[in-house]
Design a protein around this ligand. Sequence first.
Ligand SMILES: [Zn+2]
Length: 306
Amino acid sequence: MLIKRVSSPFTVRGLLGAVCAMGLFSCDIQTQEILPSSLGDIEDSVNEIAKKEEVKMEYREASCDAIYDAMVKAYGKPMKGPIPVYVAGVLLEVADATRTIMEVDGGDQNRFRAAILDTDDPVCFGIPDGRILLGRGLLESVVKNEAQLAAILAHECAHIAAEHVWKRLDKAFEETFWLQMGSELLSGGKLSERNIRKARETALKEVGLDSRGRKPLEFAYERREERQALEVAQDVLESLGYNVLDVVAMASTLRAVEAADAERKPVHNLSGQLLSRLEDRKFTPGRSGREPYEESVLARLGEQQR
Ligand SMILES: [Zn+2]
């Protein structure tokens, strides 16, 4: 993971500029030609890379905490009891299968975990650090069986592992935040309180939330991101022996539910065209697991409502 982080274009390009600005290298940014003036300078620049990586990780942590806090304020607190435990059990297998299919390790953001927010809203969103937030309403009105629960979890795991939200947050960081940090950042390798606040604001703006919880999530995945997340979900369901067409059934219901709310833009970009493409893929038949879901989740949700 470290190699992946250090070699991202965002880090390297930003660093080149910063290191050159400090006079450590004579370099031509256009041609990326770097001429180190001594070995000591190279060591210094490696230290700078490590510091910047630390700062970027702090920025990411602050961003994710801000999104989680705002989601809880906007939608409701995480539920306790048997339902989250059941969902966590399904997620355990789904997470493993997703990591294998997407060839990612279990470190950092790919340690997936789920929380059920106590809201009628059928919201579902994967925070880039691996926290998957599902509204109670999603379990009641969208998900019809265990295969569909596995589908929605795999779909969110795929969005996270493919870094769909990270790409947006990192871009915002680079454009609106990174350049303003200046020497404070270069010397300390730590985000100041002020910059942590700024990181939180930047992240919330990017996903369309506010810190008071008054604004619902206004984030839309791109079409190709949605396709990738749903195709991974199909592969995951097949590998776990679930009915793959439950991905399409879940996505169709989610699409209808999101479209029914005229005041909000859909978060998941689920076109009819995409769903029919998914329907045409060939897979081994599998189970839907309707009974365990009805017994474990729907019945208990019903009990809690009474
Ligand atoms: Zn999606």
